[in-house]
Design a protein around this ligand. Structure first.
Ligand SMILES: O=P(O)(O)OC[C@H]1O[C@@H](O)[C@H](O)[C@@H](O)[C@@H]1O
Length: 298
């Protein structure tokens, strides 16, 4: 754990620090977690990946799905919550780790604050290291501002501190908790073009109406409206973002082949991920900045 974290946390009684072993079991030593318990909502964040694991608005239900088989080990991506996929999304052409290194790197907590409306803000940062430079040749600062209130707000700032332009894509890879994926509709993609990542050649199609998944699904929707609403049998989850894409994924029967998901456990979530990928990958100029936001609410 970083040296000044205890001092930072001492200023805010609504925040505390624990190990994943305390909350989720598994092997020692587990991973360090930050817990936030405010009158407006509660959240859990793993410092590895600045990875949201839980968000429950006061009086509401858990919005994030965390796999019952999630593994909490250094350098292993945690299955569920909101992994941050960057500085690339999906498979890398040179076989580097899928979804980039941000989700498996240790972030620092650099600010904590209670806002005037009683929401709690936490700022986490990751900067380049010898290990990151071996994978992505740019000095950088990734900064994630997390605000836990009645809604969960994420604000990402990526600074390219190197002297060459950086090709960059990212996604907030939200695993949203639903009672049953079979009875879940995704509203807010009607009329959008999507890339079907499962089919040879990644053909593009048009979405007609709400999306109801019924099998393995892996799509990137392009130029989407700001908001999608996930409607399920116990209510809804709103996902809002200023990014251009929505990735929709559920492994369905392939869950059985994924040790950290497990047979049948695909029914408890839908991944509705906002980000800038494929056609909307960006080139961040030397010294330039990329910003993106996403919020979740009931
Ligand atoms: O197993 P990972 O690396 O966490 O990725 C899970 C899924 O993440 C989704 O975002 C991708 O669209 C899928 O193709 C991928 O399978």
């Amino acid at each position: 754990m970083q040296a000044n974290l205890a001092t930072l946390l001492a200023t805010i009684p609504e925040m505390s620090f624990c190990s994943s072993v305390d909350l989720y079991g598994g092997d020692e030593p587990g991973l360090p977690l930050l817990q936030i318990q405010s009158e407006l909502g509660s959240a859990t964040i793993a410092l590895q990946g600045a990875h949201l694991l839980s968000f429950i608005p006061a009086g509401g239900r858990e919005l994030l799905w965390l796999s019952p088989k999630a593994v909490f080990a250094a350098g292993k991506a945690i299955r569920g919550g909101i992994p941050l996929c960057m500085p690339w999304f999906g498979r890398h052409p040179d076989g580097l780790p899928a979804h980039g290194f941000a989700r498996t790197s240790n972030w620092d907590v650099c600010e904590v604050e209670i806002l005037s409306d009683a929401a709690i803000k936490v700022v986490l940062e990751l900067s380049d290291s010898a290990a990151s430079l071996a994978l992505w040749p740019h000095a950088f600062v990734f900064r994630l501002e997390v605000t836990v209130g009645r809604e969960l707000s994420l604000q990402l700032v990526v600074e390219n501190c190197s002297d060459t332009a950086a090709v960059f894509s990212q996604a907030f890879h939200s695993y949203l908790a639903v009672p049953d994926v079979n009875e879940t509709l995704i509203h807010g993609l009607d009329g959008c073009t999507y890339v079907d990542s499962l089919l040879e050649g990644h053909p593009r199609h048009l979405q007609a109406g709400d999306l109801q998944m019924q099998a393995l699904t892996d799509r990137v929707y392009l130029d989407v409206p700001a908001e999608q609403v996930i409607k399920h049998s116990a209510g809804q989850i709103k996902v809002s973002s200023d990014t251009h894409c929505t990735i929709v994924w559920n492994p369905w029967e392939d869950a059985a082949k994924m040790a950290d998901v497990g047979q049948g456990n695909h029914t408890g979530f839908v991944c509705v991920e906002r980000g800038d990928v494929l056609d909307h990958a960006v080139s961040i100029a030397a010294g330039g900045v990329y910003r993106a936001t996403m919020s979740l609410s009931e």
